[in-house]
Design a protein around this ligand. Structure first.
Ligand code: BG6
Length: 505
């Protein structure tokens, strides 16, 4: 075979280590930084995946010195790191931790930050490369981005790269996300912007591509000729924790349907990319997102819910309206389900049912392809009473793996066919533990590999799906469901209207 000169010769099986660089985190005292980012930095260091010349910078208002930040980072890493604790790894990292104190409107503080980066070039040989992680409320983006522009910190040159990492939510609707994108793009060049959707960093989500495009078994049936419907579920048993302020303004559709669930849909429905590169994968996902159609009858096929007091795992769980910081008459949804179509030759006519909710019976994220029934069964009707549709289920979390459900003869002298399952479990087949999503994504940012990051056209196409839903729901009250139940009855009715049922994962 003659190799294609356009193909990237880098071998992804080899561990990739970034060039010398600094990681600057805004919002270091926030939940995300403490629970995910700082532990991920330690885990990367522990796995030998950070460059020798590396520096970690925190920026915050607190009156702190480098040691205080180092202590916070150490505590956070010790609490949440996935790899074993090794003091010598931490000590090495701690030597390159810096803190810059200031508020976002403080020019001096940003001058100081720029100066510190300059100094680190001399002392730590970071080569001028830096990634800026905006782990801050989106309302703060403009001011921080403008400061970076003013100080020249955002400018990549042929000798150094500067990148920015933006956390979701990317706006609150299409118009605001366009504004936000325009703002970010006016400061950083498009290739230097990394929008994080942490679901794309999950191992099983990436395995979806391996499953589909590395095998011959699945792709021939991965279409509307064989698939009856697709169910994508992201269920959480937790409530909103201490995030009432954020959640009240956001709701389930904006929080996770707009991003995590639509990205899962895009990966499930997309065509094979020409190659496994950022450009090609994003192109295929975008085509799907643009091909999504909403049901005409939103009253039946789009359901929002809100949890009421109930029981979960033997414990009493309070209702959403009773959570601290929530308006006692709040109409914010904690559950959302919708039936979407994908108007392509492969998927025309196949409903994609998406649902997500808080305080559901258990934490589970899965993508289930439900196949059509056999066109003809040469058995008596009673022989197949317990035979359902064949199903292929990709379990994103927990118990990462893939399950195939199909009919099998029940042992014995009579003919009876019943559903059985065949399971592949990551934990059983591989000894290596999957890296945490943030670990993988942070590494990719430092490597400049944008494969697992949605580009702004995808974000905008996703809002174009969510906006009409939000408009339809505005001013309505969500359907109630009890904490510990699988969502409101209206969501069951939505599937029943088409002769289907939600899976009970
Ligand atoms: C976040 C949402 O993006 O994803 C949270 O803002 C949600 O509301 C979280 O709880 C779930 O992430 P994971 O990785 O625990 O499934």
């Amino acid at each position: 075979m003659i190799s294609n000169p356009l193909r990237d010769p880098r071998d992804r099986r080899l561990p990739r280590v970034p060039e010398p660089c600094a990681l600057v985190v805004f919002g270091i005292t926030g939940d995300l930084a403490r629970k995910k980012l700082l532990p991920a930095v330690y885990d990367l260091a522990n796995r030998g995946l950070l460059p020798t010349n590396f520096a970690l910078l925190g920026f915050a208002r607190r009156d702190w010195g480098d040691e205080d930040f180092a202590e916070l980072a150490r505590d956070a890493a010790r609490k949440a790191a996935r790899t074993p604790w090794r003091e010598e790894v931490w000590e090495r990292l701690a030597g390159s931790v810096r803190f810059v104190q200031g508020s976002f409107d403080d020019d001096n503080a940003f001058d100081q930050l720029a100066a510190t980066l300059g100094e680190l070039e001399g002392t730590h040989g970071i080569g001028g490369n830096a990634a800026f992680y905006l782990s801050i409320p989106p309302a703060m983006f403009p001011i921080v981005l403008k400061q970076m522009q003013r100080t020249g910190m955002a400018d990549s040159t042929p000798d150094r790269w500067r990148r920015v990492v933006v956390e979701k939510p990317f706006g609150t609707d299409l118009a605001s996300s366009r504004e936000l994108n325009a703002l970010v793009d006016s400061v950083f060049t498009a290739d230097d912007v990394f929008r994080i959707d942490h679901y794309l960093g999950k191992e099983t989500v990436q395995n979806l591509m391996a499953l589909r495009f590395a095998n011959t078994l699945f792709e021939p049936v991965w279409n509307g000729h064989h698939v009856d419907s697709v169910q994508i579920t992201m269920a959480e048993d937790v409530g909103i924790g201490g995030r009432a302020g954020f959640y009240e303004e956001t709701g389930a559709a904006r929080d996770v349907l707009q991003n995590h669930l639509l990205q899962l849909l895009a990966l499930t429905a997309m065509e094979e990319p020409v190659e496994f590169s950022a450009e090609e994968i994003r192109t295929e996902k975008l085509k799907v997102l643009r091909a999504i159609s909403l049901p005409e009858d939103l009253g039946t096929f789009a359901v929002r819910g809100q949890y009421e007091q109930g029981w979960l795992a033997g414990q009493r769980a309070s209702g959403y309206r009773q959570e601290e910081g929530v308006d006692p008459e709040s109409t914010t949804e904690t559950y959302a389900a919708v039936r979407l179509g994908v108007e392509t030759r492969r998927w025309a006519g196949v409903p994609f049912y998406l649902r997500t909710g808080k305080r559901l019976p258990r934490r589970v994220t899965e993508i289930a392809l439900v196949f059509k029934q056999a066109p003809h069964l040469p058995f008596a009707a009673t022989d197949t009473e317990e035979l359902g549709n064949n199903q292929l289920v990709v379990r994103v979390q927990p118990d990462e793996g893939v399950t195939l459900k199909f009919g099998s003869k029940v042992p014995g002298s009579v003919m009876e066919v019943r559903d059985v399952s065949m399971d592949f479990l990551y934990g059983e087949q591989f000894t290596e533990a999957s890296p945490e999503a943030y670990e993988r994504l942070l590494l990719d940012v430092l490597l400049g590999d944008a494969t697992l990051f949605p580009r702004n056209a995808e974000v905008e196409a996703s809002w174009a799906v969510i906006d009409p839903l939000e408009e339809f729901w505005a001013g309505t009250t969500p359907h109630p469901y009890r904490a510990g139940e699988w969502g409101p009855r209206a969501a069951d009715e939505m599937l029943a209207a088409e002769g289907r049922r939600w899976r009970r994962p």
